[in-house]
Design a protein around this ligand. Sequence first.
Ligand code: F0G
Length: 385
Amino acid sequence: NPLDYSGVWRFRELFPFAPENQIVTIGEGQTVLQQNDGVAKYAGINSGGLYLQYEGMNPSGSFKDNGMTAASTHARMVGAKFTACASTGNTSASLAIYGGITGLFQVLVFVGSGKIAYGKLSQALDYGAVTLQIDGDFDDALKQVRRVCDQAGIYLCNSVNPFRLEGQKSIMYRVLEGLGWEVPDWIVVPGGNLGNSSAFGKAFMELKELGLIDRIPRLAVINAAGASTLTRMYNDEGLRWNDGKPDQNLIAEYFRRMDEQDGRAGTLASAIEINRPVNLTKCLRALSVCDGVVRDVSDEEILDGKAQVGRHGFGCEPASGASVAGAKLLREQGIIAPSDRVVCILTGHQLKDPTVTVAYHSGDREALAKHGAVEPHFGNAPIRV
Ligand code: F0G
């Protein structure tokens, strides 16, 4: 059965919404779990204890394909002829490749102008998506695409779409598979719109209920300092899942204050430049299920982490560097122990955002500053080409 060759659908019993003859697959989910001692040393973790789950080998070069195969399947099931998303780049590249290859639906993407890495924009264009630049950022683009989808009956493929998150659960199934179904101590993941972290929490909750694992790993969600709504709300305001009833007044008040101050997100890690994460509530559940922690890291820490992954592993895009930076920070804070087994999720391919990578290695502070860092303060790169 060809479905057995998909890194997502070979786990199809764990998201049984799709009849087999409706499933849309383009070979997603061929990922690698790499034990990496170079990065372990950087993060202060014992030799053999740190793993990198590289999602860059997906067809469109990011973890999004895990979810988009599921959303595309559901779009086909309901007969959608038009699909759309807002994106910081990877979601649009992913949706565009599914639409382009299968020919099942037309793809419309909304991106914030100047807010998307060229590698990603070129994918959407090349795969034939109608690409609209919005005057604003991702948060504005998402608001607009939701309105357009509502009004025009277009199938929305952002992570508000629950079928997408079903597919993204498979990222955790493959991590466990790679570890021989031994549960690690930590999963560390960058947080943007918080779809991934939400999906991971759901995956572990269900696996435990099914008796397939006996304990749940701890989850660390890492924001960029310039896009740190989750960190502020979880750590500073004490917002919690609270059995499905997080304090709505606290959330409303936070966003009211943000609006007052025109609180735009700003980080070089453009993939996670998001201040109004739509999956906030679902992520709170994941944090509750996984005894989670939340941290934010500076752009400098993110790019240093990314350089380590490039030097010792397959490389990754800037946002993915947040997981390594986060693991290092949590280790320094004594929350992760040196003997812990830690899996850092590398969400996107090394080639997605060459501009930032080259500027970093050539020590071009001005280029980095222009690229949108809130407080660019880069020293020399620790690793130089
Ligand atoms: N890493 C990369 C490379 C991403 O592209 C994204 C999100 C994230 C991390 C954050 O994941 O939203 O599940 O918390 N990118 C979206 C996009 C927003 O439009 O491509 P999340």
